[in-house]
Design a protein around this ligand. Structure first.
Ligand code: ATP
Length: 199
């Protein structure tokens, strides 16, 4: 599994559609300060479902949409598409190539699609977390994050290791199952009450 391409359109400084084709192995992005290198990494996190504006180095989520320059008007939407080579079947989906797309409009929330079919954020998260990637899996190490790891308390460091080891997805599933169980128990109590009333 490797990232085959990343397309940005209206995302941060990338007003026009820009596609980066990648090969297996190491890719380096070089450029002068402020030319948009970190914006490419932000796009990667964003398309995988990042929900925090701060993690994307903005004040609010709409800040990812191209805000305009002296010579170009602002845009109304940001779009990013990430294509992953899945010939090794690392992603639990029956396709050798998987494209995850996210679109955000200035006046609304985000839309997601997997291979052209619209889906929920949860579907994207589930697809990625099973393979150990995704926005919370520490696959993206931002500037200053290494310092944060070195300065972390033992408890925080344990959190990093647990997340990297894939414990997080099981914890999330457990929390979801417990919430379901709670609502089932509430339903059961209600059924028992109703049965008592009928008798
Ligand atoms: P450095 O080497 O200094 O870390 P960089 O190449 O990583 O720089 P980025 O931080 O990716 O650069 O890009 C910063 C640029 O992106 C700035 O010029 C900023 O104005 C522009 N930018 C960020 N958000 C938007 C937006 N919503 N619309 C237009 N331009 C934006």
């Amino acid at each position: 599994m490797y990232v085959k391409s990343l397309t940005l359109k209206g995302f941060k400084s990338f007003a026009s559609a820009t596609t980066m084709r990648l090969e297996p192995g190491i890719t380096c992005i070089v450029g002068p300060n402020g030319s948009g290198k970190s914006n490419v990494v932000d796009a990667l996190a964003w398309v995988m479902g990042e929900q925090g504006a701060k993690s994307l180095r903005g004040g609010k989520m709409e800040d990812v949409i191209f805000a305009g320059t002296a010579g170009r008007a602002p845009l109304g939407r940001a779009e990013v598409a990430l294509t992953i080579d899945n010939t090794d079947g690392a992603l639990p989906i029956d396709y050798t190539e998987v494209t995850i797309a996210r679109t955000m409009f200035r006046n609304g929330g985000s839309e997601y699609a997997i291979n052209g079919t619209s889906c929920r954020l949860l579907d994207v998260q589930e697809l990625l977390s099973d393979s150990g990637i995704g926005r919370e899996m520490h696959v993206i190490v931002g500037q200053g994050q290494l310092d944060a790891v070195l300065r972390a308390t033992p408890e925080e460091r344990r959190g990093f290791i647990e997340e990297a080891a894939g414990v997080l997805k099981h914890r999330k599933r457990k929390e979801k199952a417990l919430r379901k169980l709670e609502s089932m128990e509430a339903n059961l109590t209600r059924v028992n009450d109703l049965t008592g009333e009928i008798r």
